[in-house]
Structures are given as C-alpha cells and as structure tokens.
Ligand binder design. Structure first.
Ligand SMILES: Cc1cc2nc3c(=O)[nH]c(=O)nc-3n(C[C@H](O)[C@H](O)[C@H](O)COP(=O)(O)OP(=O)(O)OC[C@H]3O[C@@H](n4cnc5c(N)ncnc54)[C@H](O)[C@@H]3O)c2cc1C
Length: 310
C-alpha cells in the first residue's frame, strides 16, 4: 500500500527511527524472506545487532510505529502490498548461539535455523530433539507456532524461554506461560522470543543420526519440500485430516494464477514460479469454500497471513 503512496521512494519512517548498531533496510522485499517467495516490501526491515541494540530500539522508537517479527518465513503468506512499520528479523550471530547445558539441556538462540541444531545434538549425544531439525524455519518461529512433527511438538521439550516485550523488558517464561495449543501459543504478537532452553535426553550418536535421516527421508517422500511452499496450509480439524477433506472436495491440483494445490500433498499450496500472494490467498479461500460445501467442515488457516493487499 505504501508502495502506491511512495513508489520506491522512502516513506520517511526511517528518519524518525532511533540510531541503532544493527541495520535498517528501507523497502526490503519480503519475498526474499519467505518460503513461498511472495510478499511486498517491509517499510523498514531492522536486523538488530544484539539484545541491547534491540532493547534500545524498542525503548526509543516512536510509540505509534508498528513492529512485526518474522523468523525463517516458512509459515508466512505476506501480502503483495507489504508490511507497514518496522519488520524485525533476528539474523545476526548473537541470535544464533547454541549453548549445551547440564542434563542434556540446550539453550538455543531464536534466530538459529532449526537444521543447524543437528551438529550439536550428534556431537553431544543429545536425543529427543531430532524432530526440530526437519522443520523449516528458525527457533523463534518454532516456539511461536508450537511446531511439531513425528509425534512431538516444541511444547513437549521446552523448559523456558527468554523473551522481550514491546517495551524492551526481558523476562524468562515457562511453557505454561506460553499456553500452547495445536500449532498455536498465546504469546503476544509484538513480543519477541530471544532464546529457548530445550530438554533432550541422553542418546547414542548413531541412533541420533539414524532418526535424523529417517525423518528427512520421510519428508522428501511425502512432502514437496523442494518447492516454494509454507507447509500445511490448514490446521487438521479435530479427528480429521485437512488433506483428505481437500481431496474429497476435488481440490487436488487446483490452480489460481501461479498458485496451485500440490499433487503430492494436497494440504500444501505451491508457488509454481510467478504466483502473487493474492493468488495464494484466493486459492486458500476457494479451498475453504469448496470443503465447506462438500463436507460442512470449515478449515482454519495454519499459514499466518500478514501485511496489506496491493
Ligand atoms: C516444507 C515445509 C514443511 C513444514 N513442516 C512443518 C511440520 O512438520 N510441522 C510444523 O509445525 N510446521 C511445519 N511447517 C511450517 C513452519 O516450518 C513452522 O511453522 C515453523 O516453525 C515456522 O518458523 P519460522 O521461523 O519460519 O517462522 P515464520 O514463518 O517467519 O513466522 C511464524 C510466526 O512466528 C512469529 N515469530 C517468528 N520468530 C519469532 C520470534 N523470534 N519471536 C516472536 N515471534 C516470532 C512470526 O511473527 C509469525 O507469527 C512446514 C513448512 C514448510 C515450508
């Protein structure tokens, strides 16, 4: 929307933001930060240097400036008009640290790519956390979405998390504080997860490697993981499988513009190359309508939609 107002020019927001040690990027194309490969620009993208830099920013920014946090963008459908205000991404080395604690616990920075946890688990004989490595995205997003697979969710292995609220105050929260439910938590939208302590269990290197391999093989076989997708589009309604309802409603392979329903796993939407966020959202809404007509079930989006339409 601000593209319409300002074109490629600065909206002026950057002028009122405090000086930071991290980096501001104006009109940063968010399609480069999402797995779908769609999404308009962030008015300003802010990559904080470290925790103090982030706190100073939050304390000193004008109150009216909205803030949105993103992780690896693997669960996001960002609309073509982009996101107003400041989009924060924890990307630097400070936010990607891993520290092995006693009793098979690991403290992981929220900006770490989940897959990067593999090496630490193998080297330290820590099992029980392998499932995390196969989920695309980063640790902060994992926690916020209560992501899970292979019979486990992050809620099962989380001990505590360090978070920053929108006034820059830092707290340690427990799993109860997050109030986790299926693919969801009650963590406020504009608060930021900084790091999380996870509970693993003593295991054998070879067993850990085997589990990691088996889980990745399963994904490669069953899911279109090398495509531009955001994973499961809709939550499974209680006792039902979303993909089955979508299939029953005749939506396998359905297309809108450059967006299509995956032939391999019909709860996955795919950007076949030139889809817009509008194509993907319209395809999703069409599926919801058709499934409702055929089965009387209303599907609920699992993919998080953000930003404004063009
Ligand atoms: C091929 C594929 C397979 C997938 N398989 C699974 C699966 O098996 N199980 C599953 O649960 N999901 C799956 N997903 C969905 C997705 O990977 C998860 O939801 C993932 O945890 C999202 O993490 P992210 O870092 O990409 O978050 P993003 O998509 O960037 O953001 C998701 C949400 O988290 C918030 N957020 C991100 N970082 C922070 C932070 N530091 N502090 C506060 N809030 C934050 C964002 O505001 C947003 O609301 C899959 C996706 C793909 C593409």
């Amino acid at each position: 929307m601000f593209e319409k107002l300002f074109g490629n020019k600065s909206s002026g927001l950057i002028e009122v933001l405090p000086e930071v040690r991290g980096k501001y990027i104006e009109n940063a194309l968010l399609s480069k930060h999402t797995w779908f490969g769609v999404g308009g620009p962030a008015e300003v993208l802010y990559l904080p240097e470290d925790e103090d830099d982030l706190r100073d920013f939050l304390v000193r920014k004008p109150e009216a400036v909205p803030v949105t946090v993103i992780g690896g963008g693997s669960n996001l459908l960002i609309r073509d008009g982009g996101v107003l205000g400041v989009v924060i991404k924890l990307d630097g080395a400070f936010f990607r640290k891993i520290e092995v604690l006693d009793n098979e616990q690991v403290c992981v920075g929220a900006g770490l790519n989940n897959v990067e946890l593999k090496k630490t688990l193998i080297e330290n004989n820590i099992g029980g956390l392998e499932f995390i490595c196969s989920v695309p995205g980063r640790i902060g997003g994992l926690l916020k979405t209560n992501a899970g697979c292979f019979g486990q969710t992050i809620a099962d292995v989380m001990v505590s998390a360090k978070i920053m609220n929108d006034w820059g105050e830092v707290y340690e929260l427990s799993a109860e504080d997050f109030n986790f439910s299926y693919r969801s938590s009650r963590f406020p939208e504009n608060w930021i997860i900084l790091s999380v302590v996870l509970q693993g269990k003593k295991s054998d290197k070879e067993q850990i490697k085997k589990t990691l391999d088996e889980q990745m093989t399963y994904r490669r076989e069953k899911q279109p993981i090398n495509k531009k997708t955001a994973g499961s589009t809709f939550k499974n309604p209680e006792g039902l499988a979303a993909w089955k309802l979508i299939e029953e409603a005749g939506c396998r392979g359905l297309k809108v513009g450059g967006a299509e329903v995956s032939e391999k796993h019909c709860n996955f939407l795919i950007n076949s190359g030139n889809a817009t966020a509008e194509d993907l959202e319209e395809l999703g809404e069409t599926i919801i309508e058709r499934v409702k007509e055929k089965t009387a079930v209303t599907l609920e989006w699992e993919v998080r939609r953000m930003g404004v339409k063009k």
